[in-house]
Write a new protein. Structure first.
Length: 311
């Protein structure tokens, strides 16, 4: 049995706290090197190494496409943090580059048992026909030096966290939005979007309505409302073993209130490790990689739709 040798380009907190431990704990994976701007291993030097098969890229958003391209050209599989691009135009050239290698946007939620279960419940009719999806994701950060508050680095609420309600709705419905309308507030000092409320229309007259903010109380929630019930994910994006359990509650029927909710049990597993292990198996040829690059383009198109539909 082989192993996948990983390198990390960048020393971001999510890499140190989540992905590097996930790689080290993963089946058939090993962390070989971490490159940083000021460390002994440079980004270019890491890509030149023969003992690295795959790279994880947690750099600021504006550097994602450039270093994903360089990594693919160097013959490395790529797991790149979201949002992978600032625009569709800059992403397009990556679509046909080294198609023999994996290029994946790091939406770890697609591997989380709670989202796999939520998708199953919705698609098998547990809440009837879906009519409305509501998402909320926010935190409070007014540090002017933080990359999330730097417009030239791809900061702002939509690219950082608004992408999650969009992605998970696409994942659960297995469909793409057709149109959108958004209200966006920009912080004058930062020049980034700090508040966005958007509505997106999906085929079958299904609506996603979400709000994201980088200057509001920490909160996250996703609700899928159908003709025969609703499904609530109370910690949809950041459950983590030992810190916060995932929680899915199914409210069947037409009763008001929350007393009739049925808690759906799901395993509390490290979604970052599951993501890495899925890539490991695909790289080693143990299973096919099921996520086409066209999914990256579809997500970027949906995000751009929100930016371009402000009213």
């Amino acid at each position: 049995m082989g192993e996948v040798r990983w390198g990390v380009i960048g020393n971001a907190k999510i890499g140190r706290d989540r992905l590097q431990p996930a790689i080290e704990a993963s089946d058939n994976g090993r962390l070989v090197a971490v490159a940083s701007r000021s460390g002994p291993v440079t980004y270019d030097a890491l890509l030149e190494r023969d003992d690295i098969d795959a790279v994880y890229i947690p750099l600021p958003n504006h550097l994602h496409v450039e270093w994903s391209r360089r990594a693919l050209e160097a013959g490395k599989h790529v797991l790149c943090e979201k949002s992978i691009t600032l625009s569709l135009a800059e992403l397009e050239p990556l679509m046909d580059l080294r198609p023999d290698l994996i290029l994946s946007e790091a939406f770890m939620v697609r591997f989380n048992p709670q989202w796999v279960k939520a998708r199953e419940l919705v698609q098998t009719g547990a809440i009837g026909e879906v009519r409305a999806i509501n998402g909320q994701f926010s935190f409070y950060n007014v540090d002017p030096g933080n990359v999330r508050n730097q417009p030239n680095m791809g900061g702002g609420a939509i690219l950082d966290i608004g992408c999650y309600p969009i992605f998970t709705t696409r994942f659960v419905l297995d469909a793409e939005p057709t149109k959108a309308a958004s209200l966006i507030v920009e912080q004058p000092d930062f020049g980034t979007d700090i508040l966005c409320s958007a509505i997106m229309d999906f085929p079958g007259d299904r609506h996603l309505n979400f709000t994201c903010s980088t200057q509001a109380q920490l909160h996250q929630r996703m609700v899928f409302q159908g003709t025969e019930g609703r499904l609530e994910l109370k910690v949809p994006f950041n459950p983590y073993p030992g810190l916060q359990d995932p929680e899915i509650v199914l409210y069947p029927g037409a009763a008001l209130g929350d007393a009739h909710g049925e808690r759906i049990e799901v395993e509390n597993l490290d979604q970052y490790r599951l993501q890495v292990e899925s890539m490991n198996r695909a790289i080693l040829g143990e299973e096919a990689w099921s996520i086409p690059r066209s999914d990256i383009m579809a997500q970027a198109r949906a995000v751009e739709m929100v930016f371009n539909s402000r009213i």
